[in-house]
Design a protein around this ligand. Structure first.
Ligand code: CA
Length: 715
């Protein structure tokens, strides 16, 4: 029998019809290989380390590293450039990855040529439901199929060969709430799971598991309980509900959305999921009597066969700071106190670097990897952080480190088994937390229970008093090499910019690759942090680079495209690439012997057009300003030269013809094909008049300045 198989295989090889894997073929045997030349998960293989075993590109030949190809991955919904956050897969020479809204691209990874593209045809109005841009953090590829979660909530299974839809399932429990999907799916055993986003708008997080082939729903795990009076969907929620006030603000959802990079250990058959922050943030507005509020800000280990919780660890009990634990989870085998342990590692937003035994959930260590003032340490016996009081902003505003973007956000960190170091894109963003006493839950409306005006860097004059007595008040980004066993910094570099600290790749070539928002791909020596090379690409990079080999050549690739939370958080650092070059999404690949990277076209600043004549009423202008900052500012700015940091239309530059149809745009959605959906559900005609008055006032002021400047130049 055995001989005959070998003979058939020999014949097949001679005849040139050796059976090859179908496109996108990743199976358990393949993903367990730790020295693969392909990139078979978001993090490379099942350990999700964002590490490549390839060493052809190394410190000895970096001068030869250059541009290989690029792929235009700009969003085709509307004309607005969007952030790119995914790490691509490469399987047998084909790259699979996702872009804004949940577009999927299959690309020849040697040439950059498109093989197919999937358009999820998302209604542009979903734009309004996102906290942090219409991004997508990646696909899953498994046994010839590509899985993606679309912004509007569908789990879609595509044929890896041609991009045809094999099945598509609605994952939302309630379409009247501001659920979206921005996170990646994760394959575990026979199922694929997907979570969701939207905690800042008041939703209840959950993950849903689907059969890989049929798309049949297998189970659903809610991260937080609902109103106990209504019963529990699964028994874990009964346990979780004991950590909530029975009279919690259940309407506001509770939060706990899952939008980060999960992991799966096929040997232990455990799925690891990180959960998100609370809704609303202040616990006294959410669960008035307090409590840990499980399973917010937690790491869950779930049996994928039945959706049962095996163990859980909560990183931030009683979460009130937007401290998600959705940051990427890395699996590793570490020797800790002389004992080889199968661990998982995470650097969640709360500032502590966690190592857990991934079979049992036992906490092995938790030390501060960044500035932390809300807790002094984590008690290894109880597993809980010991709070200092500086984080408690109920009675008075408090400057807290880390804050909303976390000490580490979604941008993947990397672990090199070769150096033993974890490379963290660290964020220091001290923030004054101030409770919004007027908070009330309203469907589809942003509502976190805290105030945003002048509370973040650089802080308004009147809020600066809350910085007094605090030592760490300066915003900063770092690339930090962290020794997980010694629990200390091995090296760190301070980035030249803030708000743009990209994901990280480390390789066996003793290299660390990281893109930042200056539009440079930077390459460091993994052991020392010495900057070895930087390649100007002209596009801000947030995503993590990855690496693969085709025909004996090693490639480094990265999705470049600035947006996401980094852009929305506020006016961006002047040194960012978007102050020079037009920002649009592209995938860039590099190899030895490559050339210069083509730079995007320069930004063009247009003049302020003459404003329309409009009688302004001060009260209406004031009302308009408030509405503008509630509903419009998520996308639009109305000021000078906003082209540099936002390519959304600058509403201080609206031309008279557009002002003429202003109401139709805002209430009837006449620009919906461009991504500007109707706001008729939340704004009425008087509101729109008020917004228009505010904008005309802004425009008039800027126009006068422009005129006097021009006059001065001419004089
Ligand atoms: Ca959040």
């Amino acid at each position: 029998m055995r001989e005959s198989i070998i003979i058939i295989a020999l014949f097949a090889t001679i005849l040139g019809c050796k059976k090859e894997n179908p496109e996108g073929w990743i199976d358990e045997e393949r993903i367990l290989i730790e020295t693969a030349r392909d990139w078979l998960s978001l993090g490379g293989n099942y350990k999700q380390q964002h590490y490549s075993n390839l060493d052809q590109i190394n410190s000895g030949n970096l001068e030869d590293l250059g541009f290989a190809w690029e792929y235009d991955a700009r969003s085709t919904i509307g004309r607005i450039p969007r952030g790119l956050e995914a790490t691509p897969f490469v399987v047998d020479g084909i790259m699979y990855t996702s872009g804004a809204w949940g577009f999927v691209y299959a690309i020849n990874a040697k040439t950059g040529e498109e093989i197919w593209k999937y358009d999820p045809k998302v209604d542009a109005s979903y734009n309004r439901r996102t906290c942090c841009d219409v991004v997508n953090r990646g696909v899953a590829v498994w046994k010839g199929k590509v899985y993606v979660g679309t912004l509007d909530g569908y789990m879609v299974c595509l044929n890896a060969k041609d991009g045809k839809v094999l099945w598509r399932k609605d994952t939302f429990t309630d379409r009247t709430l501001a659920y979206t999907i921005t996170g990646p799916p994760q394959v575990a055993g026979d199922i694929v799971i997907i979570g969701n986003s939207g905690a800042e708008f008041g939703v209840r997080g959950y993950i849903t598991a689907y059969d890989l082939d049929s798309g049949e729903q297998k189970w659903r795990f809610f991260i937080v309980p609902g109103d106990p009076k209504k019963g529990f969907e699964h028994k874990e929620l009964e346990m979780a509900s004991k950590t909530w006030d029975p009279n919690s603000n259940w309407e506001a959802g509770g939060g706990g959305t899952v939008w980060g990079q999960s992991a799966y250990d096929p040997k232990l058959n455990l799925l690891y999921v990180g959960t998100g922050n609370s809704s609303p943030y202040p616990i006294w507005l959410r669960s008035p009597s307090g409590g840990d509020n499980l399973f917010l800000s937690s790491i869950l280990a779930i049996n994928p066969d039945n959706g049962k919780l095996i163990w859980h660890y909560q990183t931030t009990p009683g979460e009130i700071w937007d401290y998600t634990s959705t940051q990427n989870i890395i699996l590793a085998d570490l020797e800790i106190q002389g004992e080889k342990r199968k661990v998982l590692m995470q650097a969640p937003k709360n500032g502590f670097f966690y190592i857990l035994d991934r079979a049992t959930g036992e906490l092995l260590s938790a030390e501060k990897y960044t500035k932390v003032n809300w807790a002094s340490h984590v008690d290894l016996k109880t597993g809980k952080p010991v709070k200092t009081g500086q984080g408690w902003y109920k009675d008075e505003p408090k400057l807290v480190n880390p804050s909303l973007p976390g000490g580490h956000s979604w941008n993947p960190m990397s672990y090199s088994p070769k150096t033993g170091l974890v490379y963290i894109p660290e964020i220091i963003y001290p923030w004054i937390y101030m409770v919004d006493e007027s908070f009330e839950f309203k469907k589809l409306k942003w509502g976190t229970g805290i105030l945003y005006d002048g509370t973040g860097p650089p802080y308004s004059e009147e809020n600066r008093k809350y910085l007094l007595g605090q030592t760490d008040t300066v915003e900063m980004n770092k690339l930090k090499a962290w020794d997980p066993i010694k629990q200390q910094v091995a090296w760190e570099i301070v980035q030249p910019v803030t708000r743009g600290n990209g994901g990280v790749l480390s390789t066996a070539g003793n290299l660390v690759f990281q893109g930042i928002n200056t539009g440079y791909l930077k390459i460091y020596e993994a052991a020392t942090g010495e900057l070895l090379k930087e390649i100007e690409v002209g596009t801000g990079i947030m995503a993590a680079p990855m690496s693969y080999e085709i025909d004996g050549e090693q490639y480094i690739a990265v999705m470049a495209g600035y947006g996401g939370n980094e852009l929305i958080i506020g006016p961006v650092d002047k040194r960012a690439a978007i102050h020079k070059y037009q920002n649009y999404g592209r995938i860039l690949a590099f190899k030895l012997g490559g050339g210069d990277t083509p730079l995007p076209p320069k930004v063009v600043i247009s003049k302020i057009p003459e404003p329309i004549e409009l009688e302004l009423d001060e009260q209406m202008v004031e009302k308009g300003e408030s509405l503008f900052f509630t509903y419009c500012v998520g996308c639009h700015l109305a000021g000078e030269n906003t082209e540099y940091y936002s390519q959304y239309p600058n509403l201080a530059k609206v031309i008279p013809a557009t002002h003429g149809i202003f109401k139709d745009i805002v209430l009837k959605g006449v620009f919906a094909p461009n991504g500007m959906a109707s706001f008729a559900d939340v704004l009425d005609e008087n509101d729109v008049d008020a917004i228009q008055q505010y904008l005309v006032k802004q425009q008039t002021g800027l126009y006068k300045n422009q005129e006097s400047q021009e006059k001065n130049q001419n004089d």
